[in-house]
Design a protein. Structure first.
Length: 692
């Protein structure tokens, strides 16, 4: 009843609103031209066909047509990009080319309007009011710094000077999914624009806990966003973004799993498991163009406050219930100066500094553990590009970055006895890391739309602290390193109606940080494996068959294996030799085949119909170092039909249209095996209304 009332209320509002209608997201100032996509995330304004790296671009039109509403929705749409759903927003790992991290710090960077997100617990963000998403595959440490071994994801929100008017929308779907959102873009004058947006989302949940008959994974979430943008002449512009997101969700719908058949039973545990999170993110960007160089400053601040409660035995018995709360403050500053003209020699200099304060408490009564873990660091980086190196159209790029980082952890382990906390163990540990990350590349530009390149890049991920460990020696883990070798080609044919890119890569990996269960079976920690490698191929293409029909495809293949990895004594993997095994959590393939067809009508009521469909495939992956449990290849079919009626848009959408069964996650806890089923078929309707 509520869903129906929500939709009909909005329809009534749309039909009776007195305003000058405009089409959804009408651009006042074209930001990109189809044949010339500018990649600002690469810290250089270059045509995407001139960037010597594997870069994927998801514009606003694709975000809408593919019904991308969260970061996890872009998984497998980009070659060798995998963002699984592991039960809550807290567990949001990102894998690119086999590089990723299930726990602790991420191995792939996330930036929103240039502001870095340090913790992957805040990666699962609201995509509402996002203009474009860019994914850079391969190590990006030279320009982006810490923990970008796998690559970098850059998210850009809409510029208030490029849009005007407002939008109201409502969504209703099965499994009690409901969403209401609104936004408004305005200007005080031609130089100053502002925008405000809000979003509320609810879901009853997809999986029922047999213990109490209630849904295990219900969700309530809300967010609000404000953006101010000032552009004074062609020399100076400034942008301020403030965003707050709150979510309260049931999570971890894990059920007993038969590892022989792969069959997952029903969720059945006695303690309500949940994750609550509040995240405030703000960023101030300043740009000034001097006669000979450009100066840019990005100041970011993020505050997160979360609480996890989880029944880690996942049974009706009261064996192991844990709560963890964490508060973090993250402050960053980046100054960047680069040459302002496209000359034969171009350069880029930068300085980056950050401070991160993190305090957390873990309770499994009577045990209480407190962690105080501040981290700070700074970096200097430089990149030079010389065109027409030995002959015309050949360019070379050389980059180098120096990073310093200091991390410490005060660990207080106590027990509650007769209502009084007694200290059991106190550790105060300090770590420091320094690293140089170079980059070398050659590229040959056949013409503005066709280019071939070769790059060699150093990858680096800092060491750190485990929050769960059985022995003092397991409290810390060392940094991991890699060398990435890549060749690629960006191509365009038939007047740019068919375009794409192809790349081959090989990654030589040392001291890889591997997640494994504690010897006690209660939780996980990071340990360093010996040597590993990852190699593969990536292909993306999109073609304009007619003005109405566009087709897209992407394919990624990754073979990621341990070269040398023997389990340490007194560890969960003691005595096992995993050399030659596949690295867990990495799909062998990612596949996407899709298309969009636009039917322009001469009807007075419906102006346009847009049909969009995609097939998204995920290759075989293993769930543990032993390679004893796996998920075979599976594919999902998604679709959407949009009817545009001047100021009104009605979308009908479906995800996992064939109700494909698959395992989204597997884990071992207290010696037992558990799995999480993938989400079933979901379908719904979204109604949007735009106004001035």
């Amino acid at each position: 009843m509520y869903k129906s009332a929500l939709l009909f209320s909005l329809l009534f509002l749309c039909q009776n609103a007195k305003s000058n209608p405009i089409e959804n997201d009408t651009l006042r100032k074209p930001h990109v031209v189809l044949n010339e996509v500018v990649v600002t995330s690469y810290k250089e304004k270059k045509n995407i066909h001139e960037v010597p790296a594997s870069v994927s671009f998801v514009p606003l039109t694709e975000i809408k047509n593919k019904n991308i509403v969260s970061m996890k929705d872009i998984s497998s749409y980009i070659p060798n990009l995998f963002i699984p759903d592991y039960g809550s927003k807290l567990t949001s790992p990102v894998y690119i080319r086999g590089i990723g991290s299930k726990i602790n710090a991420p191995s792939v960077g996330l930036y929103v309007d240039g502001v870095p997100f340090f913790e992957k617990s805040v990666f699962d963000i609201d995509i509402n009011e996002v203009e474009r998403i860019e994914v850079l595959r391969g190590p990006q440490g030279t320009l982006y710094g810490r923990n970008t071994m796998g690559g970098t994801i850059n998210v850009y929100t809409k510029n208030p000077l490029s849009y005007e008017g407002g939008t109201l929308s409502a969504t209703a779907a099965n499994y009690g999914q409901e969403q209401v959102s609104g936004s408004y873009y305005g200007k005080l004058n031609d130089d100053f624009g502002y925008s405000f947006s809000g979003n509320y989302k609810h879901a009853d949940g997809f999986f029922t806990n047999e213990y109490n008959g209630k849904k295990a994974d219900n969700l309530n979430a809300a967010s609000g966003k404000m953006k101010l943008y000032w552009e004074k002449s062609n020399r100076f512009n400034a942008g301020l973004l403030v965003n707050y997101e709150y979510s309260d969700q049931g999570g971890y719908p894990y059920a007993p799993m038969d590892v022989t058949t792969g069959k997952i039973g029903n969720v059945n545990y006695n303690e309500y498991s949940s994750y609550r999170r509040g995240v405030l993110t703000s960023g101030l960007t300043l740009n000034y163009s001097f006669d000979k160089f450009l100066l840019k400053s990005v100041t970011g601040y993020q505050y997160s406050d979360d609480r996890q409660a989880i029944d880690q035995d996942f049974t009706p018995a009261s064996k192991y219930f844990v709560t963890q709360s964490m508060r973090q403050h993250m402050l960053s500053e980046e100054l960047e100066m680069r040459s302002s003209k496209d000359q034969r020699y171009t350069w880029l200099n930068g300085f980056f500094a950050f401070y991160q304060a993190s305090k957390s408490t873990v309770k499994n009564l009577p045990v209480v553990k407190d962690y105080d873990a501040p981290t700070n660091g700074f970096a200097f980086y430089h990149q030079s590009t010389l065109k027409d190196l030995f002959f015309e159209k050949l360019s070379a790029t050389v980059g180098l970055r120096f990073d310093y980082e200091n991390a410490s952890q005060d660990y207080d382990y106590g027990k509650i006895v007769s209502g009084v906390r007694q200290q059991v163990q106190l550790l105060n540990t300090d770590l420091s890391f320094t690293q140089l990350t170079p980059k070398f590349s050659l590229q040959y530009q056949f013409n503005p739309l066709n280019m071939t390149y070769a790059t060699v890049t150093r990858g680096y991920k800092t060491g750190g602290f485990n929050t769960s460990f059985d022995t003092d020696t397991d409290q810390t883990f060392k940094p991991e390193y890699s060398w990435n070798y890549e060749v690629g080609n960006k191509f365009s044919f038939f007047g740019n109606k068919l375009k794409g890119d192809l790349s081959l890569f090989y990654i030589d990996w040392r001291n890889q940080q591997i997640s494994q269960p504690l010897l006690s079976g209660k939780g996980s920690l990071l340990k360093n494996a010996g040597k590993s490698y990852s190699k593969g191929v990536e292909l993306s293409m999109q073609g304009e068959v007619t003005k109405a029909l566009n087709l897209q495809m992407s394919y990624g293949f990754t073979e990621a294996k341990f070269r040398e990895y023997v389990g340490e004594a007194n560890s969960y993997n003691a005595g096992f030799d995993y050399s030659g095994n596949y690295i867990p959590y990495i799909p062998r393939q990612t596949v996407m085949v899709g298309g969009d067809y636009t039917w322009n009508l001469r009807s007075g009521f419906i102006n346009r119909l847009i049909f969009s469909a995609q097939y998204v495939g995920t290759g075989k992956l293993y769930w543990n170092d032993k390679n004893s449990v796996n998920q075979h290849y599976y594919g999902l079919v998604n679709g959407k039909v949009s009817a545009r009626m001047k100021s009104l848009t009605v979308d009908l959408w479906i995800k996992n249209a064939t109700s494909k069964d698959y395992t989204a996650f597997y884990l071992e806890s207290l010696g037992n095996s558990f799995g999480q089923k993938g989400k079933p078929m979901t379908f719904g309707a979204t109604v949007s209304y735009s106004f001035n």
